[in-house]
Design a protein around this ligand. Structure first.
Ligand code: NAP
Ligand code: G4F
Length: 363
Protein backbone atom coordinates (compact mmCIF):
# COMPACT_ATOMS: atom_id res chain seq x y z
CA UNK A 1 0.00 0.00 0.00
CA UNK A 2 1.40 3.43 -0.91
CA UNK A 3 1.67 5.90 1.94
CA UNK A 4 -1.01 8.59 1.96
CA UNK A 5 -0.21 12.26 2.65
CA UNK A 6 -2.50 15.22 3.19
CA UNK A 7 -1.08 18.67 2.39
CA UNK A 8 -2.55 22.02 3.27
CA UNK A 9 -1.09 24.88 1.20
CA UNK A 10 -0.55 22.52 -1.76
CA UNK A 11 -1.09 25.38 -4.23
CA UNK A 12 1.75 27.43 -2.67
CA UNK A 13 5.46 27.39 -3.41
CA UNK A 14 6.40 24.71 -0.88
CA UNK A 15 3.21 22.68 -1.25
CA UNK A 16 3.71 22.29 -4.99
CA UNK A 17 7.32 21.10 -4.58
CA UNK A 18 6.42 18.79 -1.71
CA UNK A 19 3.55 17.23 -3.69
CA UNK A 20 5.95 16.64 -6.57
CA UNK A 21 8.53 15.12 -4.25
CA UNK A 22 6.02 12.83 -2.50
CA UNK A 23 4.62 11.60 -5.83
CA UNK A 24 8.19 10.74 -6.83
CA UNK A 25 8.34 8.67 -3.62
CA UNK A 26 5.16 6.78 -4.67
CA UNK A 27 2.85 8.49 -2.16
CA UNK A 28 -0.85 9.06 -2.72
CA UNK A 29 -1.16 12.82 -2.26
CA UNK A 30 -4.26 14.73 -1.13
CA UNK A 31 -4.28 18.52 -1.08
CA UNK A 32 -6.57 21.14 0.42
CA UNK A 33 -7.37 23.98 -1.97
CA UNK A 34 -9.42 27.12 -1.53
CA UNK A 35 -12.40 27.79 -3.73
CA UNK A 36 -11.57 30.74 -5.97
CA UNK A 37 -13.32 32.27 -8.97
CA UNK A 38 -10.18 31.77 -11.06
CA UNK A 39 -7.77 28.82 -11.26
CA UNK A 40 -5.36 28.83 -8.33
CA UNK A 41 -3.60 25.57 -9.21
CA UNK A 42 -1.00 26.95 -11.66
CA UNK A 43 1.91 25.55 -9.64
CA UNK A 44 0.35 22.07 -9.82
CA UNK A 45 -0.48 21.94 -13.51
CA UNK A 46 2.47 19.71 -14.36
CA UNK A 47 1.46 17.05 -11.82
CA UNK A 48 -2.32 17.37 -12.00
CA UNK A 49 -4.11 14.15 -12.89
CA UNK A 50 -7.72 13.67 -13.85
CA UNK A 51 -9.25 11.96 -10.78
CA UNK A 52 -11.24 9.73 -13.18
CA UNK A 53 -7.96 8.11 -14.17
CA UNK A 54 -7.73 4.91 -12.06
CA UNK A 55 -3.96 5.43 -11.78
CA UNK A 56 -4.34 8.97 -10.38
CA UNK A 57 -2.36 9.59 -7.18
CA UNK A 58 -3.03 13.31 -6.70
CA UNK A 59 -6.40 14.43 -5.35
CA UNK A 60 -7.54 17.96 -4.53
CA UNK A 61 -10.26 18.84 -2.00
CA UNK A 62 -11.94 22.17 -1.32
CA UNK A 63 -11.60 23.56 2.18
CA UNK A 64 -10.33 26.47 4.21
CA UNK A 65 -8.13 26.75 7.28
CA UNK A 66 -10.56 29.19 8.85
CA UNK A 67 -13.14 26.44 9.28
CA UNK A 68 -12.76 23.02 10.86
CA UNK A 69 -15.61 21.34 8.93
CA UNK A 70 -13.67 20.07 5.94
CA UNK A 71 -10.44 19.54 7.92
CA UNK A 72 -12.30 17.17 10.26
CA UNK A 73 -13.93 15.30 7.36
CA UNK A 74 -10.72 14.90 5.40
CA UNK A 75 -8.61 13.75 8.31
CA UNK A 76 -11.27 11.33 9.59
CA UNK A 77 -12.12 9.87 6.17
CA UNK A 78 -8.67 9.78 4.55
CA UNK A 79 -6.71 8.61 7.60
CA UNK A 80 -3.47 10.00 6.12
CA UNK A 81 -0.17 8.55 7.27
CA UNK A 82 1.37 12.01 7.18
CA UNK A 83 -0.06 15.53 7.31
CA UNK A 84 2.05 18.45 6.10
CA UNK A 85 0.45 21.68 7.27
CA UNK A 86 1.86 24.36 4.97
CA UNK A 87 -1.20 26.53 4.46
CA UNK A 88 -1.06 30.02 5.94
CA UNK A 89 -1.45 33.72 5.27
CA UNK A 90 2.31 33.76 4.82
CA UNK A 91 3.10 37.38 3.92
CA UNK A 92 4.63 39.33 6.81
CA UNK A 93 3.71 42.82 5.57
CA UNK A 94 0.13 41.75 4.81
CA UNK A 95 -0.15 40.47 8.39
CA UNK A 96 0.13 44.07 9.67
CA UNK A 97 -2.92 44.96 7.55
CA UNK A 98 -4.82 41.78 8.44
CA UNK A 99 -3.70 40.72 11.93
CA UNK A 100 -6.99 39.08 12.90
CA UNK A 101 -7.28 37.08 9.67
CA UNK A 102 -3.62 36.08 9.98
CA UNK A 103 -4.16 34.90 13.56
CA UNK A 104 -7.18 32.89 12.44
CA UNK A 105 -5.57 31.10 9.48
CA UNK A 106 -1.87 31.03 10.35
CA UNK A 107 -2.37 30.47 14.10
CA UNK A 108 -5.75 28.83 14.77
CA UNK A 109 -5.58 26.87 11.50
CA UNK A 110 -2.92 24.69 13.13
CA UNK A 111 -5.09 24.10 16.20
CA UNK A 112 -8.03 23.07 14.00
CA UNK A 113 -5.90 20.39 12.35
CA UNK A 114 -4.37 19.17 15.61
CA UNK A 115 -7.85 18.94 17.16
CA UNK A 116 -9.12 17.00 14.13
CA UNK A 117 -6.24 14.55 14.60
CA UNK A 118 -6.93 14.16 18.32
CA UNK A 119 -10.70 13.77 17.97
CA UNK A 120 -10.54 11.37 15.05
CA UNK A 121 -8.15 9.19 17.04
CA UNK A 122 -6.17 8.31 13.92
CA UNK A 123 -2.45 7.60 14.01
CA UNK A 124 -0.75 10.12 11.78
CA UNK A 125 2.42 12.19 11.66
CA UNK A 126 2.05 15.97 11.62
CA UNK A 127 4.41 18.60 10.21
CA UNK A 128 3.97 22.26 11.21
CA UNK A 129 5.47 24.91 8.90
CA UNK A 130 7.11 27.05 11.55
CA UNK A 131 9.21 30.05 10.60
CA UNK A 132 12.44 31.84 11.40
CA UNK A 133 10.23 34.93 11.60
CA UNK A 134 9.39 33.68 15.13
CA UNK A 135 12.93 34.62 16.25
CA UNK A 136 12.27 38.24 15.30
CA UNK A 137 14.71 40.40 17.21
CA UNK A 138 16.66 37.55 18.87
CA UNK A 139 20.27 37.96 17.71
CA UNK A 140 21.73 35.51 15.16
CA UNK A 141 22.71 32.78 14.65
CA UNK A 142 19.35 31.27 15.64
CA UNK A 143 18.80 27.60 16.46
CA UNK A 144 16.20 25.39 18.18
CA UNK A 145 17.14 26.85 21.60
CA UNK A 146 16.95 30.54 20.63
CA UNK A 147 14.12 32.45 22.38
CA UNK A 148 11.29 33.73 20.19
CA UNK A 149 10.63 37.47 19.94
CA UNK A 150 8.28 37.89 16.96
CA UNK A 151 8.07 41.28 15.27
CA UNK A 152 4.85 40.90 13.27
CA UNK A 153 1.33 39.50 13.63
CA UNK A 154 2.50 36.73 11.29
CA UNK A 155 5.44 35.90 13.58
CA UNK A 156 3.20 35.95 16.65
CA UNK A 157 0.66 33.63 14.96
CA UNK A 158 3.46 31.21 14.04
CA UNK A 159 4.75 31.22 17.64
CA UNK A 160 1.25 30.25 18.83
CA UNK A 161 1.06 27.47 16.22
CA UNK A 162 4.56 26.27 17.16
CA UNK A 163 3.61 25.88 20.82
CA UNK A 164 0.29 24.20 20.00
CA UNK A 165 2.27 21.64 18.01
CA UNK A 166 4.59 21.06 20.98
CA UNK A 167 1.59 20.86 23.31
CA UNK A 168 -0.23 18.17 21.28
CA UNK A 169 3.03 16.21 21.15
CA UNK A 170 3.41 16.37 24.94
CA UNK A 171 -0.24 16.17 25.99
CA UNK A 172 -1.65 13.64 23.50
CA UNK A 173 1.51 11.96 22.19
CA UNK A 174 0.76 13.07 18.61
CA UNK A 175 3.82 12.63 16.37
CA UNK A 176 4.03 16.38 15.71
CA UNK A 177 7.17 18.13 14.49
CA UNK A 178 8.02 21.78 13.84
CA UNK A 179 10.25 22.65 10.89
CA UNK A 180 11.60 26.13 11.68
CA UNK A 181 12.50 27.19 8.18
CA UNK A 182 14.53 30.20 7.19
CA UNK A 183 13.65 31.95 3.93
CA UNK A 184 13.65 29.66 0.92
CA UNK A 185 13.04 30.80 -2.62
CA UNK A 186 12.55 29.51 -6.15
CA UNK A 187 11.00 30.47 -9.48
CA UNK A 188 7.67 29.47 -7.90
CA UNK A 189 7.99 32.02 -5.07
CA UNK A 190 5.00 34.39 -4.77
CA UNK A 191 5.54 37.58 -6.77
CA UNK A 192 5.28 39.93 -3.75
CA UNK A 193 8.06 38.37 -1.67
CA UNK A 194 11.21 40.41 -2.09
CA UNK A 195 13.38 37.93 -4.03
CA UNK A 196 10.77 37.17 -6.67
CA UNK A 197 9.71 40.81 -6.83
CA UNK A 198 13.34 41.62 -7.68
CA UNK A 199 13.98 38.83 -10.22
CA UNK A 200 10.66 39.41 -11.96
CA UNK A 201 11.40 43.15 -12.21
CA UNK A 202 14.93 42.45 -13.48
CA UNK A 203 13.46 40.30 -16.26
CA UNK A 204 10.89 42.93 -17.19
CA UNK A 205 13.46 45.74 -17.16
CA UNK A 206 15.77 43.56 -19.26
CA UNK A 207 12.88 43.03 -21.71
CA UNK A 208 12.11 46.77 -21.83
CA UNK A 209 8.68 46.25 -20.22
CA UNK A 210 9.35 48.13 -16.96
CA UNK A 211 11.64 50.95 -15.85
CA UNK A 212 11.64 51.13 -12.06
CA UNK A 213 11.51 48.75 -9.12
CA UNK A 214 10.16 50.14 -5.83
CA UNK A 215 11.43 48.48 -2.65
CA UNK A 216 11.46 49.07 1.12
CA UNK A 217 14.30 48.28 3.52
CA UNK A 218 17.43 47.20 1.62
CA UNK A 219 19.51 46.59 4.76
CA UNK A 220 17.55 43.64 6.23
CA UNK A 221 19.57 40.42 6.17
CA UNK A 222 18.16 37.00 5.43
CA UNK A 223 19.41 33.43 5.12
CA UNK A 224 18.06 32.48 1.67
CA UNK A 225 17.98 28.84 0.50
CA UNK A 226 16.49 26.92 -2.44
CA UNK A 227 12.94 25.69 -1.71
CA UNK A 228 13.08 22.16 -3.27
CA UNK A 229 15.91 21.25 -0.89
CA UNK A 230 13.80 22.33 2.08
CA UNK A 231 10.76 20.18 1.22
CA UNK A 232 13.00 17.11 1.21
CA UNK A 233 13.90 17.91 4.82
CA UNK A 234 10.22 18.30 5.79
CA UNK A 235 9.71 14.71 4.67
CA UNK A 236 12.83 13.56 6.50
CA UNK A 237 11.46 15.06 9.73
CA UNK A 238 8.41 12.81 9.53
CA UNK A 239 10.54 9.72 8.86
CA UNK A 240 12.41 10.07 12.20
CA UNK A 241 11.80 7.66 15.05
CA UNK A 242 10.64 10.50 17.29
CA UNK A 243 8.99 13.83 16.64
CA UNK A 244 11.04 16.97 17.25
CA UNK A 245 11.79 20.51 16.15
CA UNK A 246 14.38 21.36 13.51
CA UNK A 247 15.89 24.58 12.16
CA UNK A 248 16.60 24.59 8.40
CA UNK A 249 18.77 27.19 6.71
CA UNK A 250 22.08 27.69 4.92
CA UNK A 251 23.97 29.56 7.67
CA UNK A 252 24.81 32.35 5.18
CA UNK A 253 23.52 35.90 5.48
CA UNK A 254 22.90 38.38 2.67
CA UNK A 255 21.14 41.73 2.62
CA UNK A 256 18.27 42.67 0.34
CA UNK A 257 20.73 45.14 -1.23
CA UNK A 258 23.10 42.27 -2.09
CA UNK A 259 20.24 40.34 -3.68
CA UNK A 260 19.40 43.41 -5.79
CA UNK A 261 23.04 43.89 -6.84
CA UNK A 262 23.48 40.24 -7.74
CA UNK A 263 20.24 39.98 -9.74
CA UNK A 264 20.76 43.17 -11.73
CA UNK A 265 24.42 42.50 -12.43
CA UNK A 266 23.64 38.95 -13.64
CA UNK A 267 21.32 40.56 -16.23
CA UNK A 268 24.04 43.13 -17.10
CA UNK A 269 21.96 45.98 -15.64
CA UNK A 270 22.93 48.83 -13.28
CA UNK A 271 20.54 48.60 -10.33
CA UNK A 272 21.13 52.24 -9.32
CA UNK A 273 19.36 53.38 -12.48
CA UNK A 274 16.20 51.41 -11.67
CA UNK A 275 15.70 50.85 -7.92
CA UNK A 276 13.84 53.42 -5.83
CA UNK A 277 12.80 53.31 -2.19
CA UNK A 278 9.09 53.52 -1.42
CA UNK A 279 8.17 54.00 2.25
CA UNK A 280 4.99 51.97 1.80
CA UNK A 281 7.11 48.79 1.81
CA UNK A 282 8.80 49.63 5.13
CA UNK A 283 7.33 47.54 7.95
CA UNK A 284 6.16 48.96 11.32
CA UNK A 285 8.65 46.58 12.96
CA UNK A 286 11.40 44.83 11.01
CA UNK A 287 13.36 41.62 11.54
CA UNK A 288 16.88 42.84 10.93
CA UNK A 289 18.94 39.70 10.68
CA UNK A 290 18.20 35.99 10.39
CA UNK A 291 21.01 33.42 10.11
CA UNK A 292 20.36 29.75 10.73
CA UNK A 293 22.39 27.44 12.87
CA UNK A 294 21.07 24.23 11.28
CA UNK A 295 23.58 21.89 12.91
CA UNK A 296 20.83 19.70 14.43
CA UNK A 297 19.30 19.05 10.98
CA UNK A 298 22.75 18.33 9.58
CA UNK A 299 23.46 15.86 12.39
CA UNK A 300 20.10 14.12 12.78
CA UNK A 301 18.55 14.42 9.30
CA UNK A 302 21.82 14.35 7.31
CA UNK A 303 20.48 17.46 5.58
CA UNK A 304 22.71 20.12 4.10
CA UNK A 305 21.59 22.52 1.36
CA UNK A 306 23.82 22.66 -1.71
CA UNK A 307 22.40 25.48 -3.85
CA UNK A 308 24.08 28.77 -2.89
CA UNK A 309 22.87 32.37 -2.78
CA UNK A 310 24.38 33.37 -6.16
CA UNK A 311 22.97 30.23 -7.72
CA UNK A 312 19.42 30.89 -6.47
CA UNK A 313 19.59 34.38 -7.98
CA UNK A 314 20.66 32.95 -11.34
CA UNK A 315 18.00 30.23 -11.33
CA UNK A 316 15.27 32.78 -10.58
CA UNK A 317 16.42 35.48 -13.02
CA UNK A 318 16.79 32.95 -15.82
CA UNK A 319 13.29 31.58 -15.26
CA UNK A 320 11.72 35.02 -15.14
CA UNK A 321 13.46 36.05 -18.35
CA UNK A 322 12.28 32.88 -20.10
CA UNK A 323 8.77 33.52 -18.81
CA UNK A 324 8.76 36.57 -21.05
CA UNK A 325 9.65 34.46 -24.06
CA UNK A 326 13.29 35.60 -24.17
CA UNK A 327 16.40 33.42 -24.06
CA UNK A 328 18.01 33.50 -20.62
CA UNK A 329 21.70 33.72 -19.72
CA UNK A 330 21.48 30.01 -18.98
CA UNK A 331 23.63 29.60 -15.88
CA UNK A 332 20.59 28.79 -13.72
CA UNK A 333 19.66 25.71 -15.71
CA UNK A 334 23.24 24.46 -15.74
CA UNK A 335 23.42 24.84 -11.95
CA UNK A 336 20.22 22.84 -11.49
CA UNK A 337 21.33 20.11 -13.87
CA UNK A 338 24.66 19.77 -12.07
CA UNK A 339 23.46 20.09 -8.51
CA UNK A 340 19.78 19.16 -8.45
CA UNK A 341 19.23 16.51 -11.05
CA UNK A 342 16.84 14.49 -8.90
CA UNK A 343 13.03 14.54 -8.67
CA UNK A 344 12.79 18.18 -9.74
CA UNK A 345 14.10 18.89 -13.22
CA UNK A 346 14.58 22.36 -14.68
CA UNK A 347 13.57 21.33 -18.18
CA UNK A 348 10.33 19.57 -17.37
CA UNK A 349 6.91 20.89 -18.18
CA UNK A 350 6.96 22.12 -14.57
CA UNK A 351 8.63 25.35 -15.50
CA UNK A 352 6.81 25.56 -18.82
CA UNK A 353 3.46 25.59 -17.04
CA UNK A 354 4.62 28.37 -14.74
CA UNK A 355 6.14 30.24 -17.67
CA UNK A 356 2.98 30.09 -19.74
CA UNK A 357 0.89 31.39 -16.88
CA UNK A 358 3.43 34.12 -16.19
CA UNK A 359 3.44 35.18 -19.80
CA UNK A 360 -0.32 35.58 -19.77
CA UNK A 361 -0.11 37.51 -16.50
CA UNK A 362 2.33 40.11 -17.77
CA UNK A 363 1.10 40.58 -21.31
P1 NAP B 1 2.76 30.41 0.01
O1 NAP B 1 3.38 30.22 -1.33
O2 NAP B 1 2.27 31.76 0.39
O3 NAP B 1 1.55 29.36 0.11
C1 NAP B 1 0.60 29.46 1.12
C2 NAP B 1 -0.45 28.39 0.88
O4 NAP B 1 -1.46 28.50 1.92
C3 NAP B 1 -1.20 28.54 -0.46
O5 NAP B 1 -1.47 27.25 -0.96
C4 NAP B 1 -2.49 29.22 -0.04
O6 NAP B 1 -3.56 29.00 -0.91
C5 NAP B 1 -2.74 28.53 1.30
N1 NAP B 1 -3.68 29.25 2.13
C6 NAP B 1 -3.61 30.53 2.56
N2 NAP B 1 -4.66 30.84 3.32
C7 NAP B 1 -5.44 29.72 3.36
C8 NAP B 1 -6.69 29.42 3.97
N3 NAP B 1 -7.37 30.32 4.69
N4 NAP B 1 -7.19 28.18 3.80
C9 NAP B 1 -6.53 27.24 3.05
N5 NAP B 1 -5.34 27.48 2.46
C10 NAP B 1 -4.82 28.71 2.61
O7 NAP B 1 3.75 29.95 1.16
P2 NAP B 1 5.08 29.05 1.06
O8 NAP B 1 6.23 29.96 0.80
O9 NAP B 1 4.83 27.89 0.21
O10 NAP B 1 5.24 28.59 2.58
C11 NAP B 1 4.59 27.41 3.04
C12 NAP B 1 4.44 27.49 4.56
O11 NAP B 1 5.74 27.63 5.16
C13 NAP B 1 3.63 28.68 5.05
O12 NAP B 1 2.95 28.26 6.22
C14 NAP B 1 4.68 29.71 5.43
O13 NAP B 1 4.18 30.57 6.41
C15 NAP B 1 5.79 28.80 5.95
N6 NAP B 1 7.15 29.31 5.81
C16 NAP B 1 7.61 29.71 4.58
C17 NAP B 1 8.93 30.12 4.46
C18 NAP B 1 9.48 30.55 3.12
O14 NAP B 1 10.57 31.16 3.12
N7 NAP B 1 8.85 30.25 2.01
C19 NAP B 1 9.78 30.11 5.58
C20 NAP B 1 9.28 29.65 6.80
C21 NAP B 1 7.96 29.24 6.90
P3 NAP B 1 -3.82 29.96 -2.19
O15 NAP B 1 -2.88 29.46 -3.27
O16 NAP B 1 -5.25 29.73 -2.49
O17 NAP B 1 -3.50 31.36 -1.77
O1 G4F C 1 10.58 38.49 1.07
P1 G4F C 1 10.00 38.99 2.32
O2 G4F C 1 8.62 39.53 2.26
O3 G4F C 1 10.13 37.79 3.36
P2 G4F C 1 10.07 37.75 4.97
O4 G4F C 1 9.38 38.92 5.53
O5 G4F C 1 11.45 37.46 5.45
O6 G4F C 1 9.11 36.48 5.19
C1 G4F C 1 9.31 35.28 4.46
O7 G4F C 1 10.21 34.46 5.15
C2 G4F C 1 9.74 34.00 6.44
C3 G4F C 1 10.86 33.15 7.04
O8 G4F C 1 11.74 33.98 7.76
C4 G4F C 1 8.48 33.20 6.21
F1 G4F C 1 8.04 32.69 7.39
C5 G4F C 1 7.42 34.09 5.59
O9 G4F C 1 6.25 33.30 5.34
C6 G4F C 1 7.94 34.62 4.27
O10 G4F C 1 8.07 33.53 3.39
O11 G4F C 1 10.93 40.13 2.93
C7 G4F C 1 12.30 39.92 3.17
C8 G4F C 1 12.95 41.23 3.56
C9 G4F C 1 12.23 41.96 4.69
O12 G4F C 1 13.19 42.46 5.58
C10 G4F C 1 11.53 43.14 4.01
O13 G4F C 1 11.39 44.29 4.81
O14 G4F C 1 12.89 42.12 2.43
C11 G4F C 1 12.52 43.40 2.88
N1 G4F C 1 11.94 44.13 1.75
C12 G4F C 1 12.45 45.28 1.21
N2 G4F C 1 11.66 45.72 0.23
C13 G4F C 1 10.82 43.82 1.09
C14 G4F C 1 10.63 44.82 0.13
N3 G4F C 1 9.95 42.79 1.21
C15 G4F C 1 8.89 42.73 0.37
N4 G4F C 1 8.04 41.69 0.46
N5 G4F C 1 8.68 43.70 -0.59
C16 G4F C 1 9.51 44.76 -0.75
O15 G4F C 1 9.30 45.62 -1.59
Amino acid sequence: MPKRALLTGITGQDGSYLAEFLLSQDYEVHGLIRRASTFNTTRLEHIYEDPHNPAARLFLHYGDLSSGEQLNNLIYNLEPDEIYHLGAQSHVMVSFDMPEFTGDTTGLGTTRILEAIRRSGIKTRFYQASSSEMFGSSPPPQNEGTPFHPRSPYGAAKVYAYWMTVNYREAYKVFASNGILFNHESPRRGETFVTRKITRAVARIFAGKQKNLYLGNLEAKRDWGYAPEYVEAMWKMLQQEEAGDFVLGTGEEHSVREFVEEAFSYARLDWRKHVEIDARYIRPTEVDCLIADASKARRELSWKPRITFNEIVRIMVDTDIEALGLPSFGEGKTILEKKFDRWHQPRTVVSRAVHDAERQAVE
